[in-house]
Write a protein of this length. Structure first.
Length: 163
């Protein structure tokens, strides 16, 4: 019997038509083998995080049903990023991007492997991910942390604007 897991994927972009890119990325995710798109959040404009000398980001979250193992799901996310022109530079973090897909949650699993960390290591610190996450999965829990609602309630959210 094939195991089905609900996973949450964070989407972000700040180059080109970022909003259009995210809409097309939702479709691309749903077209992947082993992934069914269950729900897509609204799009949110958020200031750049980590490196502030770049355009604002458009962020969203997809709730998917997947039969893929976490590593295989990550492989699909990286393939979708590449199809949208994403080039990952070694050691570059928080820079501008055509599309960024992050595996935020994979059921209630905790995965800590080279290149794969679930839940996303800083999810509980990132309102730009938690706000759309709670839109698609209001009961979201962050394994090892607790309720996503508790995490977001402690964060600044006045700079997160739905489109």
């Amino acid at each position: 019997m094939t195991r089905h897991v609900r996973a949450c994927i964070g989407l972000g972009a700040n180059l080109g038509d970022a909003a259009g890119t995210l809409q097309r990325a939702f479709e691309a995710l749903g077209a992947c083998e082993g992934i069914a798109l269950l729900s897509a959040s609204r799009l949110y404009r958020t200031p750049a995080w980590g490196r502030e000398d770049q355009p604002d980001f458009i962020n969203a979250v997809a709730l998917v049903d997947t039969t893929l193992a976490p590593r295989a799901l990550l492989g699909q996310l990286l393939a979708v990023e590449a199809a949208f022109g994403r080039q990952r530079a070694e050691g570059e973090r928080w820079g501008p991007r055509t599309l960024d897909l992050d595996l935020l949650l994979y059921g209630d699993a905790v995965v800590d492997e080279p290149g794969l960390h679930v839940p996303h290591p800083r999810l509980h610190e990132r309102a730009f991910a938690l706000v759309p996450l709670l839109e698609v999965l209001p009961e979201a829990r962050i394994p090892g942390y607790g309720d996503a609602r508790d995490a977001v309630s402690a964060l600044e959210m006045s700079n997160i604007h739905p489109l």
